[in-house]
Design a protein around this ligand. Structure first.
Ligand code: GSH
Length: 275
């Protein structure tokens, strides 16, 4: 599946939002990013989501993302759509641009990326996107076919989604960076230890090379930015986990994302959010 889905998505960088959207939305930008976002239930909207002025015209399906170098959730969402084999246009938000931040309020009610717009349906939050894609493309294998494996896959995805905050804060994704002498503090190390335990259990139970066996799954998309972090910060791993990292780094979609991240302009400051 990894190769089958390596369609090229068109990328669109969001330009200034229409003037009317900027003022009211811009005021709410900072607090919304810091506080717990209001989570509305996933809903079908009557009209397609408001599109940025320069969004591509074919856009029945779009994925709104931000920095490819720093935004680990964008990377997960993007990989999930690719692994599902769904064609889509990328809408790239400039995280520093207040007008673009106003746009994201229109595109993603939680004010977070990624956000998938599929015809009349808008899905935000990576786990919801993963489940939606699995319903849409049940044969893509985002979840294992066997019930117990599926339950475990959902559990480890959930654990990634809701946990490891010390590791995420201390070792932010930075695909261009390499910090071989990085000192991992104890709480982040505890998160790393738990991730290693998850990987070891999955690899030994399902035989690799991916977490749930021969097919890449949503779990691999969820943990891909952890793989890149371990390489960026030179986290020492056992043989099996190191081999898993190599496997993930060789996935064509992962390579595509990383190579695009490396081409991203350097003028993006550290984003003031937790990754
Ligand atoms: N729980 C959310 C987390 C998404 C998230 O935190 N996204 C970050 C980027 S990695 C974001 O949109 N931050 C706001 C910003 O970049 O302005 C999900 O699963 O999608």
């Amino acid at each position: 599946m990894a190769t089958k889905s390596s369609k090229t998505a068109k990328t669109t960088k969001v330009a200034k939002a229409p003037a009317k959207a900027v003022k009211p939305a811009a005021k709410t930008v900072k607090p919304a990013a810091k506080k717990a976002p209001v989570k509305a239930p996933m809903k079908a909207v009557k009209k397609p989501a408001a599109k940025p002025a320069n969004s591509t015209s074919s856009g029945a399906t779009t994925l709104t993302i931000s920095s490819k170098n720093y935004s680990s959730w964008s990377m997960r969402g993007w990989l999930l759509v690719k692994f599902a084999g769904l064609g889509f246009d990328e809408v790239m938000l400039d995280s520093k641009d207040a007008a673009a931040k106003a746009e994201i309020l229109l595109l993603s009610p939680s004010f977070l990326v990624p956000c998938l717009t599929h015809g009349n349906v808008k899905v935000w939050d990576t786990l919801a996107i993963a489940e939606y894609l699995n319903e849409l493309k049940p044969n893509a294998g985002l979840l294992p076919t066997e019930k117990v494996a599926r339950a475990m896959c959902r559990s480890v995805c959930g654990e990634m989604h809701s946990g490891f905050s010390a590791m995420r804060a201390a070792l932010p994704m930075n695909l261009k960076g390499h910090f071989p002498k990085f000192k991992v503090w104890s709480r982040a190390q505890a998160d790393i230890d738990r991730i290693v335990e998850i990987w070891q259990e999955c690899l030994s139970t399902y035989g690799g090379p991916y977490l749930f066996g021969k097919k890449i799954s949503m779990a691999d998309a969820m943990y891909a930015p952890v793989v890149t972090r371990f390489l960026t910060y030179n986290v020492q791993l056992d043989e099996d986990c190191a081999a898993y990292c190599k496997t993930v780094m060789a996935v064509p979609e992962v390579k595509d994302w990383i190579s695009a991240a490396k081409k991203e302009p350097d003028d993006i400051d550290e984003l003031d959010v937790e990754f």
